[in-house]
Design a protein around this ligand. Structure first.
Ligand code: GPP
Ligand code: MG
Length: 290
């Protein structure tokens, strides 16, 4: 892709970054909750779901119940990505979008299909980059959609080249001040950033045991809510919309407890959300022209 500068620096710079890459190269948790859902229609997500489940999937023939749950969980995850894309603003086919921490590519392909635009995904997992590029090949969209072994803190994309950037549940792996500085550099003036994330609720005090459990499960470092807004402000990214999606994601986790693909992280999520120590947030911000 012409937009990408050749980096003369390494992608993985710290021991922590190497450990995160190792996690996603060889997921130590049961990854079938992602691969089996992806097989439903070929969109492989690494994020959670929103919206009201069709609870009738739990009824009916037992033989096919698990299959119905998988399809429903996948529908809710796709609804989450659709919601994120609804908030990117006007995007034309000539525009370039960046997926920060692109995983197996699900949200990127949805964006490319919806807007007919260019999408570049970056991931520090070479496995994920390979998987997503294979998907791009299979979908016949390599002209417009590409995935790169790059660090989202230092993407190598040229200044002011992206109409919009999103992160779909990836910011808990990085320093927010460094991340938003990089995004502000790469965004066009007036460009948009959309973030969906889980964050600890600093209004209720320190981190709860459940939030620490989630961190330990994924090897991430969940940030407090306040840090997002301080870091955005520092980088000249001005929030236009903030939505607390917590009530919209709790039913997804409730449904997930009924799946034989449940990984054990369901209960910590439910406890953290219900006790109010954790929130599922969408933040939309625009880069102010300077
Ligand atoms: C889930 O991906 C996302 C993360 C690991 C980041 C942590 C997110 C928070 C909101 C704290 P996944 O789809 O790979 O997870 P799972 O395998 O549990 O479905
Ligand atoms: Mg998942």
């Amino acid at each position: 892709m012409t937009i990408v500068n050749t980096p003369d620096r390494s992608v993985l710079r710290t021991t922590y970054q190497r450990s995160v890459a190792a996690y996603w190269n060889n997921n130590p948790n049961d990854d079938r909750v992602n691969t089996e859902l992806g097989k439903v229609d070929g969109l492989y997500h690494h994020h959670y779901g929103i919206g009201e489940p069709d609870w009738s999937v739990l009824e009916g023939p037992e033989k096919t119940r698990q299959e119905r749950i998988v399809r429903e969980l996948h529908r809710l995850e796709t609804a989450q990505a659709d919601y994120l894309l609804d908030n990117l603003g006007a995007v034309t086919p000539d525009d370039r979008l960046i997926d920060g921490g692109s995983g197996r590519g699900g949200t990127s392909f949805m964006a490319a299909d919806r807007f007919g635009c260019h999408v570049d995904g970056v991931s520090i997992s070479e496995y994920q980059v390979g998987f997503a590029n294979d998907q791009a090949e299979a979908r016949g969209v390599t002209e417009r959609v590409g995935f790169h072994f790059r660090n989202m803190l230092d993407t190598g994309f040229v200044d002011e080249s992206a109409r919009a950037i999103w992160t779909n549940e990836t910011t808990m792996y990085v320093d927010l001040f460094d991340l938003f500085d990089e995004f502000a550099r790469v965004l066009e003036p007036g460009g948009r950033y959309v973030c969906i994330t889980g964050c600890s609720n600093d209004v209720t005090g320190g981190r709860s045991a459940s939030v620490s459990w989630i961190d330990a499960h994924y090897g991430c470092m969940i940030h407090p809510r306040s840090e997002y807004f301080r870091a955005l402000s520092d980088s000249g990214l001005v929030p236009t919309t903030v939505v607390d999606l917590t009530p919209d994601t709790i039913p997804y986790w409730e449904l997930r407890t009924h799946s034989e693909l449940a990984t054990g992280v369901e209960q910590p999520f439910l406890t953290a959300y219900r006790e109010g120590s954790f929130q599922y947030l969408m933040i939309v911000a625009d880069k102010v022209a300077r």
